[in-house]
Design a protein around this ligand. Structure first.
Ligand code: NAD
Length: 292
């Protein structure tokens, strides 16, 4: 008889705090060498309540590690030229190390144009085509935060990646595509799925590592999960005031080897990787050795 599987529920907050403590020590060490703290700027256009709450979380995380942060809360009516002008000023400001423009942007602003306008050396969520291209080539300095968070969780839990079957649901530039590339670079055999994939359930059943990033609540049923699979549930949807993942969390218990919950899962890891990118961007621009 098969042994029942005890599913590990990933504590993304605990891992995030551990990594944030390490960054705090790095920033304290930088100060003893006379270096200033890294500075992250977050820009929000419009007043989406979820985005405002993310921004608060980012600010709190910066304060916790001793990094500086500032925010630009621009009205929905801001036009593309005004946003581009702001980005030019931020790019030119030597005291700013990381720039994040919160997505989604209003429809009258092109996300592609904005991504291309951020200095690639300060591109905290790595959406500039240069950073994306470098990721494809395997020599990226800055990589999108959520995929980095997923990879850090897998590494922390000792999940074998090389030679494993990985299935990624979703092919966005911010999650699905970069996480697929990172998994493939660590020698997984990766299948990318999307809204036109045939027999999604069957494809998911082949996964040793399943990354769900579709934004479709509870779409992954228990019987879509291979017993013993590592399930990274990136999707977050608000349903009746509750945050729900793409995976049926209850149904995955006893089947998955480990799973990230929709709260305290990948979310805090994403913010942590934003801080890591800002610190790395600062060190690289200033030519400071990470351990000095
Ligand atoms: P997106 O809308 O840009 O992309 C969604 C992708 O999923 C698309 O490629 C689409 O083809 C695919 N998809 C949608 N419905 C599908 C279906 N029924 N079957 C198969 N594929 C389907 O979204 P995104 O920005 O990549 O975000 C995805 C989810 O992850 C959202 O819920 C978002 O809120 C969440 N997210 C969470 C974090 C975090 O830190 N926890 C960070 C980023 C995104």
């Amino acid at each position: 008889m098969e042994q029942p599987i005890e599913t590990i529920v990933v504590d993304g907050m605990a891992l995030a705090n551990q990594l944030r403590d390490e960054m705090k020590s790095e920033i304290e060490a930088l100060a003893t060498w006379g270096h200033r703290a890294p500075h992250l700027v977050v820009v929000l256009v419009g007043d989406d309540p979820a985005s405002r709450s993310y921004i608060k979380g980012k600010q709190r995380a910066c304060t916790r590690i001793g990094a500086d942060s500032s925010e630009y809360l621009l009205p929905y009516s801001t036009n593309q030229k005004e946003l581009l002008d702001l980005l030019e000023r931020l790019n030119d400001d030597d005291a700013i190390d990381g720039i994040l423009v919160q997505l989604p942007l209003p429809k009258h602003i092109s996300a592609e144009t904005i991504a291309e306008a951020i200095d690639p050396a300060k591109d905290a969520d790595a959406l500039h085509p240069l950073n994306f291209g470098r990721l494809l080539l395997g020599n990226a300095q800055l990589i999108s935060c959520t995929p980095l968070g997923v990879m850090a969780v897998l590494e922390h839990h000792g999940i074998e990646i090389a030679g494993q079957q990985a299935v990624v649901i979703g092919r966005s530039n911010i999650v699905g595509k970069p996480v697929s590339i990172l998994l493939q670079q660590q020698n997984a055999t990766v299948t990318m799925c999307h809204s036109r994939t045939k027999d999604l359930a069957g494809v998911c059943r082949s996964a040793d590592i399943l990354v769900a990033a579709a934004g479709n609540p509870k779409m992954v049923k228990g019987d879509w999960i291979q017993p013993g699979a590592a399930v990274m549930d990136v999707g977050v949807s608000e349903v009746d005031g509750k945050l729900i993942g793409d995976v049926d969390f209850e149904a995955a218990q006893g089947i998955a080897r480990l799973i990230t919950p929709s709260r305290r899962g990948i979310g805090p890891m994403t913010i942590t990787m934003l801080l890591r990118n800002t610190l790395n961007a600062y060190l690289a621009r200033k030519g400071i050795e990470p351990a000095s």
